[in-house]
Ligand binder design. Structure first.
Ligand SMILES: [Fe+2]
Length: 177
């Protein structure tokens, strides 16, 4: 059956988000296990707990709408998470892997942020204020996670990953000093 109304589109979108979140719940323990940096491990562990809350918020929205969450598979998230698994396969434990895990995790966060931003606006169009609030809360947490990952990368992991490594000269950098 084709999606014809904004309500149907909204439901399809939040089912897609639900599928994505449940895939993340399964993937995060592997990320925790694979990471070496303590702050990064903690960050992934805390995000796992947050993600369980994100699942619960979506379930809350479905309950209020008297709908069920299943029936849609988020193949986009499946692909992004697969890239994270490949990163684990392609690296040894240590800071280079950690830098790669952060790059993979930030792809996950940005994918989620895009989905939550659209879903929140659809909810607003539909006048579903409680859904707007729930989706907004999750969107903010995804943004915070993304920022925290940036901080971990920029404060320590990237430098450690490149310790002793040659900087790639661009000519311009040389010009600047
Ligand atoms: Fe999430």
């Amino acid at each position: 059956m084709k999606i014809k109304t904004m309500r149907e589109l909204f439901l399809e979108q939040i089912r897609d988000l639900y599928s994505g979140e449940t895939q993340i719940v399964k993937a995060l323990p592997k990320m925790v296990e694979a990471a070496s940096n303590e702050e990064l491990r903690e960050g992934f562990s805390e995000h796992l707990q947050q993600t369980q809350t994100h699942v619960a918020r979506l379930e809350d929205i479905f309950t209020r709408l008297d709908e069920k969450p299943g029936g849609v598979k988020c193949v986009g998230m499946e692909g992004v998470l697969k890239e994270g698994e490949e990163m684990i396969d392609d690296t040894e434990p240590g800071s280079v892997r950690d830098a790669g895990l952060i790059a993979a995790a930030q792809r996950v966060e940005h994918y989620e942020m895009a989905g939550y931003g659209s879903a929140r606006e659809f909810a607003r169009q539909l006048g579903d204020i409680s859904a707007v609030q729930l989706l907004e809360e999750t969107l903010e947490e995804e943004k915070e996670t993304d920022e925290r990952l940036t901080e971990i990368a920029m404060s320590v992991v990237n430098d450690e990953a490149n310790a002793g490594g040659a900087k790639i000269s661009t000519g311009r950098a040389g010009f600047l000093g």
